[in-house]
Design a protein around this ligand. Sequence first.
Ligand code: KIV
Ligand code: NA
Length: 259
Amino acid sequence: MAINIQKLSQWKQQGHPIVVLTAWDYAIAQLLDEAGVDLILVGDSLAMVSLGYKTTLPLTMSEMLHHAQAVGRGVKNALVVCDLPFLTYQQSIAQAIESAGLLLKQANVQGVKVEGGYPEMVETVRRLVQVGIPVMGHVGLTPQSVHQLGYRQQGKDEKDGDRILQQAIALEQAGAFAIVLEHIPATLAAEITQKLTIPTIGIGAGSGCDGQVLVTADLLGLSERQPPFAKSYANLRQIITQAVQDYSQEVRNREFPTD
Ligand code: KIV
Ligand code: NA
């Protein structure tokens, strides 16, 4: 049975952890789906891990759509959620509906993720949900605000922690079906998780969240650099380099192909 947002909400009630990873193309998406990942996020981190941009900011709607379509073709079971790129949803509610609509209509995507929990973004989430588009929130460290926040941990003092908690509550009330908590103290993430009825998905937010997400390039050891809270479960950079060197050597020695 394919995963849907109702199932994720049930899993929160049952204390069943939610497994989330990012994907940026068909091959990765298919592997994650077949391995049983619950939710596949077409994160705008693809700007950095797949397209070579320095931040997520330059990513365009047409680039995102292109990648979301490829991911969608690879997924049968997981719920597919796609980030809205920087400045494709912040200008107006109409712009957000148009961008999200493009992804739902032209790619096999079932929801979108937007960054921020300030009042205008909460209103945008409310309208997207009203028109039938499932929305995932994202608070704490929001990488589209890198020029203001850097990649520093957020919510360290009580005032900032309370601000993030209030944003999470407002996003839930606006109808978000889940919320990413990025790079905030574990105690704050656990408190938010306990106060919300929608699932929290943590990244650099401790073990008290309802689910966890990693950038798949970090998990695979494919990233040039990765945040301190990421964990690599493989070293694909090393494996790929070795394979390419082995092939090169065999070609140069006329060992490949064989007769
Ligand atoms: O773009 C991304 O990969 C993300 C996740 C890390 C949550 O937003
Ligand atoms: Na993102």
